[in-house]
Design a protein around this ligand. Sequence first.
Ligand SMILES: NC(=O)c1ccc[n+]([C@@H]2O[C@H](COP(=O)([O-])OP(=O)(O)OC[C@H]3O[C@@H](n4cnc5c(N)ncnc54)[C@H](OP(=O)(O)O)[C@@H]3O)[C@@H](O)[C@H]2O)c1
Length: 320
Amino acid sequence: MRLALIGFGHVGRAFARLLVAKRPVFPFRIAGITTARHGAAFDDRGLPQEPEFGPPVESIEQFLDRARAEVVVELTTLNPATGEPAISHIRAAFARKCHVATANKGPIAHAYAALKAEADRAGVCFRFESTVMDGAPVFNMVRNCLPGVVVEGFTGVLNSTSKIAIDAMREGLTMEEGIRRAQQLGVAEADASFDIDGWDSAAKGAALANVLMDAGTTPLEVDRRGIGRLTTDRILDLMRQEKTIALVTRAKRSGGGVRVRVRAEVLPSTDVLASVKGTSNLLLLHTDLMGTVGTVSISPGVEQTAYGVFSDVVDIARSV
Ligand SMILES: NC(=O)c1ccc[n+]([C@@H]2O[C@H](COP(=O)([O-])OP(=O)(O)OC[C@H]3O[C@@H](n4cnc5c(N)ncnc54)[C@H](OP(=O)(O)O)[C@@H]3O)[C@@H](O)[C@H]2O)c1
């Protein structure tokens, strides 16, 4: 199967390494890669793991026409405010009847319903397993393992920076020191307010609600409050009561719609939602037929994100 990669940063490189490791069983080859500043590379026989980049393409359309891929893998930088230019990249792929796999949550949080409709009209697959849980199965699990199940709501602890900051405050450090720790680990966004003010959690909540609950929402519509006003004294006080705080994303059906909420919640220290630390993630799905089922991912890194993209491409290859 011929792949074209838009973006070749941390995830793109890890994905290329994974393809090489799994090639004996999964014969995928990368026919083209385009980037923002490093130019583009093409090879019909498949690019090597460390390709040499030539001049940039003039447009994404020109890139896709030259790469002639069956699957386009969109791995560009997240734009949390609009989801662009990834949304346009995905549209250009659908217009050429290419399947798409992406790790970029922007398009799912901002334009899922429209993009899914375009994919269906084009008769192609649209996959995005790595957008919320760094590759741990969520969307593919519901699609492949929970037929007929209605997701009535979900509860998740999905933002790493807030967890690292709260853990640091439990050690007596300040919020700023906790944020710096997350930045040193390469987990926090350059503008950490995206994490601390709950925007990352809102984007993940919107993406989950759009796909699993047909919510038709965006991060801007999420009822969001972050942990910006939390102090070390408050955390230490809660610790004395054997409690803690986590930035929790919840969704539930209400009236005709779906309500998504992000809040710093006070929890008993033994609560399952309080048990995930650092980059670990936890998501519980509340369903009609399966009760509450969940996914947990312990300390995932870029290799797991790349695996989620790989699992999407395998899922596409099996579907066509
Ligand atoms: N890192 C993770 O563990 C992780 C986890 C879950 C989801 N994600 C998502 O996965 C995506 C990729 O993450 P990453 O860590 O690989 O990011 P990254 O290291 O910053 O790489 C982004 C890549 O996109 C390219 N790019 C940016 N704008 C472009 C454009 N308009 N056209 C073509 N290429 C463009 C960049 O080109 P240059 O190289 O020329 O700058 C770079 O190669 C993001 O949406 C991120 O939110 C990442």
